[in-house]
Ligand binder design. Structure first.
Ligand SMILES: *Cc1c(COP(=O)(O)O)cnc(C)c1O
Length: 427
């Protein structure tokens, strides 16, 4: 059979029931799995046989959902994590230790920025942040002999800039390190980073993949293409024996296709334990089944909202990469031709006070610290997540005092626009 299209994979990849087996991925809500002899179990611990023994390491429900996400991204191996934060941390920590360095795009999720700039810094891993529109020379200058990875987001949350894949992947590869991309906002429906030079993809599945705001989760996918063995000194964790696992050398035993994810599971998941509950993996899978339908509608509605706002006299500015004239419109056309995402940010004329008045006038859109789910929601960072900052501090953090982040849902567009109309009229 020819390669299936993404809508088909969203329904069928990762699990195919045999005669009489459940049509849906079964929820194996069990911590442990039984074996007949100690010898049978010993082989699993030695990574000599594959099989389930403890859900912290592997669980059939979680694995089937991971296999689906792997197929959607076109990767060689994948794993689920209990949150997007855990996925970001593991993806970098799997190839970095104390004394190492990472180049990251500065336009990234605030939680990821904190993780990198504060928490991982305390672990002795240093990050250099580069502007998304830096020149190739500026990007090259950020690398050091101990640089182990480059990190960026396909569509940055909340900056809504689009990653220049060609620039970031060619620089990463010229310096012998992989490009790790957070593909949360685009999803594999709108962008498959491996086709544009990324080596590792991560997700906060909490957002569009789950799509219904019911389970926090994350995923890591490996392309299987990055050749760690060309730089064994740089990636000793993958290319030399792991003393904590009977001296296994991951690249030797599991090949380029399996080394990175096996190490992340056998070592990081074993030691840090951020696994999703099988029930949450099940809920994620329900969301994945309709992802292509939902993404198309999110994008269509968001474009209509962006166009409406652009013409509104009380709106100072609009940022949406799918909007012609946006600073990232050309990059979006190149890497996201089917659509970008459902999040639009804009400024209400009159600054912080007017933005707050606008928010108070909304009825359909709920004020929530969330984005990218079925129901329209909205956040004014200056009066919520960033409320301790004054206008000057906000600007330094790249958040305008008047910025409203509007996550366009799946409601009928006329109702969403009517809600905006009423709220803006009251400002
Ligand atoms: C939300 C988000 C994260 C963090 O994910 P959690 O599931 O909330 O831990 C990481 N990256 C991006 C782009 C996000 O939007």
């Amino acid at each position: 059979m020819s390669e299936q299209k993404i809508s088909t994979k969203c329904l069928h990849a990762g699990y195919r029931p045999e005669n009489g087996e459940p049509r849906n991925i079964p929820i194996i809500q069990s911590t442990t799995f039984r074996y007949g002899t100690s010898e049978d179990m010993g082989k699993l611990f030695d990574l000599e046989a594959s099989g389930y023994f403890y859900t912290r390491l592997q669980n059939p429900t979680n694995d089937r959902v991971a296999a689906k996400i792997c197929a959607l991204e076109g990767g060689s191996a994948a794993m689920l994590t209990s949150s997007g934060q855990a996925a970001s941390f593991y993806s970098v920590f799997n190839i970095c230790s104390c004394g190492d360095h990472v180049v990251a795009c500065s336009a990234i999720y605030g939680g990821t920025y904190n993780l990198f700039a504060v928490t991982m810094k305390r672990m002795g891993i240093e990050f250099t942040f580069v502007e998304p529109d830096c020149t190739r020379e500026e990007l090259d200058a950020a690398f050091r002999p101990n640089t182990k990875a480059v990190f960026g987001e396909t569509i940055a949350n909340p900056a809504l800039t689009v990653l220049d894949f060609e620039k970031f992947s060619s620089a990463a590869h010229a310096h012998g390190v992989p490009l790790i991309v957070d593909n949360t906002f685009a999803t594999p429906v709108n962008c498959r980073p491996f086709e544009h030079g990324a080596d590792i993809v991560i997700h906060s599945t909490t957002k569009y993949m789950d799509g219904h705001a019911n389970a926090v989760g994350g995923a890591i996918v490996d392309s299987g293409k990055f050749d760690w063995t060309r730089w064994p000194d740089k990636f000793p964790g993958l290319c030399t024996p792991d003393e904590s696992y009977h001296g296994v050398t991951y690249t030797q035993r599991f090949g380029l296709e399996g080394a990175y994810i096996t190490k992340a599971t056998a070592q990081l998941m074993r030691d840090f334990g951020s696994i999703p509950a099988p029930m949450n993996a099940y809920l994620l899978n329900v969301g994945l089944e309709t992802l292509p339908l939902r993404m198309a509608r999110h994008c269509e509605n968001a474009l209509a909202v962006a166009q409406y706002l652009q013409k509104h006299e009380k709106v100072a500015w609009v940022k949406f990469p799918g909007l012609p004239g946006d600073s990232c419109y050309e990059l979006a056309r190149k890497y996201l031709p089917k659509g970008t995402c459902g999040v639009v940010s804009f400024g209400v004329k009159g600054g912080r006070a007017k933005a707050e008045a606008f928010m108070a006038g909304l009825e359909l859109a709920s004020i929530a610290t969330h984005v990218a789910d079925a129901k329209t929601c909205v956040l004014h960072p200056a009066s919520a997540t960033h409320r301790q900052m004054n206008d000057e501090e906000l600007r330094a953090a790249g958040v305008a005092p008047d910025l409203v982040r509007f996550s366009v849902g799946l409601e009928d567009i006329s109702d969403i626009l009517a809600d905006l109309d009423k709220a803006l009229a009251g400002v």
